[in-house]
Design a binder for this molecule. Structure first.
Ligand SMILES: *[C@@H]1O[C@H](CO)[C@@H](O)[C@H](O)[C@H]1NC(C)=O
Ligand SMILES: *[C@@H]1O[C@H](CO)[C@@H](O)[C@H](O)[C@H]1NC(C)=O
Ligand SMILES: *[C@@H]1O[C@H](CO)[C@@H](O)[C@H](O)[C@H]1NC(C)=O
Ligand SMILES: *[C@@H]1O[C@H](CO)[C@@H](O)[C@H](O)[C@H]1NC(C)=O
Ligand SMILES: *[C@@H]1O[C@H](CO)[C@@H](O)[C@H](O)[C@H]1NC(C)=O
Ligand SMILES: *[C@@H]1O[C@H](CO)[C@@H](O)[C@H](O)[C@H]1NC(C)=O
Ligand SMILES: *[C@@H]1O[C@H](CO)[C@@H](O)[C@H](O)[C@H]1NC(C)=O
Ligand SMILES: *[C@@H]1O[C@H](CO)[C@@H](O)[C@H](O)[C@H]1NC(C)=O
Ligand SMILES: *[C@@H]1O[C@H](CO)[C@@H](O)[C@H](O)[C@H]1NC(C)=O
Length: 692
């Protein structure tokens, strides 16, 4: 009887759940491990061996990811005729029975990634063919060959987006995507495609996004997909990219050719709308210099384009490689990690809207910024890791970098920059001049200035916020080096002696400074007595790699959050050396690689308690020439240390006491032995005197 009522209760409960969902009051519930939220049934990872049949029938989205279904049988979805989205990611599916989707007239999106659908691909294809309204299909990671893929996609003319990524497709012929007239997006990345037959994409008039990344394509010639907006051919083995000639306008906006083996700047369509061109990590250069030594005829490349029995020859002038390419809409150009030794004279002129230019890791030796080069639009310029020894600025162009916000000149061979370069860049916030041997203005007066390259001036650049001068071989800073700036992040690391023990040169930016790196600058403990009172915004201070022997004792009101003291000569932890305030504000401390004495680390637990010692596992101390990890230090050791100190006192006492006693006894004995005669002498004397 009781059991019956329980069942009734349960039944009633389920009924109410159902009623509440239909009435739309409650949006979340759960059933058989599935979460039911807002028209979505989420049954991920429930170890289901078949599609649950007990869910309410009106769900539009069913997620069955990560269940070991293996087979999707006929009619297994018949309870859910309204299903619009079905996800079967990683369900070990080997077979989808041909009638499995018979009732799914409304299915728009079907995700089948990471299954084994190549096993019974014919029947699976037959099942898919019933989905005449399907718009999105994900077949990635199913070990499909091109023939299997072609069969599965056949007749699915409503498809708008298809992913065939992570399969084993090697060739694309002109039949594989036949009839997919509505396809807008096609993902073919991570296959083994080495050949694309002419006409393979011809029927795809609506195609906008094509991803061919991570394949084995050796070249793309006669590229003629005029409606394509995004083409991604990164991580292939491309040596050539050549668009077909002609006057037609290409819609291409984004072209990713990074991580290939291109030798020449891509031969782009003559008319295009390219905004983003990514050429990172190729072998590209400009070769006009070679023209001088070789005859013009040898500097052309001829492409034989064979299509059936027709052979066309396209001739390309390699030293005028840019002449025919339209770059007038380009905003973002990444040419990093190539072999560019120079930029052609009119190179930047061709890109009037360029805002981001990345030339990191090339072989540039000089850079000319000339008149009529529209650099005003540049927001970010990265010239780091080249061999630049000179920047030339045409005279009268002081504000040519008016919009520039970030300028990276790191790791070059610059000794100076044109006068007024930074002062004219009125919007600049970030300058990275690290690893160039420069000196800063004003120079210290004692130096002989004859024959020295001019100094680099950062004074009066009010927008400047982040400045890196790491490893610049800087001389001792002068007091007004950063005058007229409001720098928040300053890196002076690796400039030995740059502060000469005094924080005074940074007083001009004390109130704005938030992050200060003073790694390896030869600071001694006397530096810590400097007055930090103006640095009220300093949050992060890096003092690693110096010669500090005691914990910093900052004068002034400092609210540091992060302090790095690694690689110094500290032998003891603070123990009251830090001000109350600093103790409260600090969140992270780095302390490792210091020769602590294990007897001087007493109280590290408190430090650990108050702040995170970020590198606690690496902090060691010396205990009678043994190195011990602080975290493994027995808690008895500090006690022992105390005893040791007391012991020494006792030892001295024990050693000295017997000697003292002996001495005392000896003295007493001597005194007693000679007492009598002494008295007699006195008596005698008195006696005699009394005779007189
Ligand atoms: C599934 O249904 C189809 C007809 O729609 C039928 O030909 C096939 O044999 C059925 N498969 C199974 C395993 O029942
Ligand atoms: C091209 O595809 C690769 C690999 O998926 C990806 O990392 C890269 O961001 C894509 N490029 C663009 C422009 O989307
Ligand atoms: C070849 O280079 C030299 C200097 O390198 C230059 O004077 C000469 O004009 C160049 N000749 C041609 C044809 O460009
Ligand atoms: C060869 O050139 C002709 C004329 O320019 C053109 O009509 C034809 O499509 C081209 N064929 C190929 C394979 O490029
Ligand atoms: C090229 O092939 C077409 C048919 O594909 C044929 O009509 C034509 O005669 C062939 N031309 C040559 C020169 O063989
Ligand atoms: C500086 O950049 C801002 C946007 O960050 C822009 O609105 C402003 O016009 C720029 N100033 C100059 C002088 O170009
Ligand atoms: C400048 O470039 C170097 C090397 O490419 C890089 O490590 C550094 O983070 C860059 N600096 C900035 C501020 O982005
Ligand atoms: C560093 O400062 C001391 C005085 O604090 C001064 O005697 C010395 O000359 C300075 N060193 C240099 C290189 O200027
Ligand atoms: C601590 O031990 C290390 C390694 O044995 C040694 O280099 C260092 O000089 C020692 N420091 C002290 C203070 O004993």
């Amino acid at each position: 009887m009781e059991l019956l009522s329980l069942w009734l209760c349960l039944g009633f409960h389920f009924l109410t759940v159902e009623w509440r969902i239909t009435s739309g009051i409650v949006t979340a519930a759960s059933q058989g491990g599935c979460k039911l939220v807002n028209g979505v049934a989420d049954c991920q990872g429930q170890n289901l061996a078949s599609v649950p049949t007990n869910l309410p029938p009106y769900f539009q989205k069913l997620i069955l990811d990560a269940n070991p279904l293996r087979t999707l049988w006929n009619h297994s979805l018949q309870h859910y005729p309204l299903l619009g989205i079905l996800s079967l990611h990683n369900c070990q599916l080997e077979l989808i029975a041909s009638g499995a989707f018979q009732e799914q007239a409304h299915l728009l999106s079907l995700a089948l990634p990471d299954n084994s659908l190549s096993e019974n691909y014919k029947e699976t294809a037959a099942a898919l063919h019933r989905l005449q309204g399907l718009q999105r299909l994900d077949l990635s990671g199913n070990s499909l060959t091109e023939d299997m893929a072609a069969l599965m996609l056949q007749k699915l003319s409503s498809l708008e987006s298809v992913s065939l990524a992570k399969n084993v497709i090697m060739r694309l012929d002109d039949s594989i995507f036949e009839g997919l007239g509505h396809l807008r997006e096609l993902d073919l990345q991570r296959n083994y495609i080495f050949e694309i037959e002419g006409g393979a994409f011809d029927g795809l008039t609506e195609l906008r996004h094509l991803n061919l990344a991570y394949n084995n394509l050796p070249c793309i010639v006669d590229f003629g997909l005029r409606h394509l907006q995004l083409l991604n051919v990164s991580y292939n083995t491309l040596e050539w990219f050549l668009a077909s000639g002609g006057d037609s306008v290409f819609e291409l906006e984004t072209l990713d050719l990074s991580h290939n083996q291109l030798l020449f700047f891509p031969l782009l369509p003559q008319f295009n709308k390219l905004r983003t061109l990514l050429l990172r990590d190729n072998n590209m250069g400009f070769y006009r210099d070679l023209y001088n030594t070789s005859s013009p005829q040898e500097m052309v490349a001829q492409f034989l384009l064979v299509d059936g029995n027709v052979t066309n020859i396209t001739t390309v002038n390699l030293w005028e490689e840019l002449a025919s390419s339209d770059l007038s809409d380009l905003h973002f150009l990444d040419m990093s990690q190539n072999q560019f030794q120079y930029l052609p004279e009119d190179f930047l002129k061709k890109m009037p809207y360029l805002s981001h230019l990345n030339l990191n890791q090339n072989c540039l030796v000089t850079l000319q910024i000339q008149e009529h080069q529209p650099l005003e639009t540049l927001i970010e310029l990265d010239l780091s890791q080249n061999q630049l020894s000179e920047l030339h600025l045409a005279p009268g162009l002081p504000s040519c970098l008016r919009n520039l916000q970030s300028f990276n000149l790191s790791s070059n061979q610059l000794l100076s920059v044109p006068t007024g370069l930074f002062a004219g860049a009125s919007n600049i916030t970030t300058i990275d001049m690290s690893h160039n041997q420069i000196s800063l203005c004003p120079r210290s007066s004692g130096l002989d200035q004859g024959g020295l390259p001019s100094c680099v001036d950062f004074r009066n650049v009010p927008s400047l916020k982040r400045l890196s001068l790491e490893g610049c071989g800087l001389q001792e800073l002068q007091d007004c080096t950063f005058q007229g700036t409001s720098i928040t992040h300053l890196d002076l690391s690796g400039n030995w002696g740059v502060l000469n023990g005094s924080i005074t040169p940074l007083q001009k930016i004390a109130s704005t400074l938030q992050v200060l790196s003073l790694r390896n600058v030869g600071l001694r403990s006397s530096f810590m007595e400097s007055d930090f009172s103006g640095f009220e915004n300093l949050r992060n201070l890096d003092l690693s790699g110096n010669s500090l022997t005691s914990f910093p004792r900052f004068k002034g009101k400092l609210v540091l959050q992060t302090l790095d003291l690694r690689r110094n000569s500290l032998t003891a932890l603070p123990q009251g050396a830090m001000s109350e305030q600093l103790m409260r504000s600090l969140r992270t401390v780095y302390l490792s690689q210091n020769p602590y004495d294990c007897c001087g680390v007493e109280g590290w637990e408190t430090l650990q308690h108050l702040h995170t010692i970020a590198d606690l596992a690496m902090v060691t101390c010396n205990l009678s020439s043994k190195v011990i990890h602080l975290a493994h230090l027995p808690s008895s050791v500090p006690q022992d240390c105390k005893w040791e100190r007391v012991d020494i006192g006792l030892l001295y006492l024990v050693l000295i006491l017997p000697s003292c006693l002996t001495l005392l006894v000896a003295c007493t004995l001597i005194f007693l032995t000679f007492r009598k005669p002494l008295l007699q002498v006195i008596k005698n004397r008195c006696h005699w005197s009394s005779i007189y």
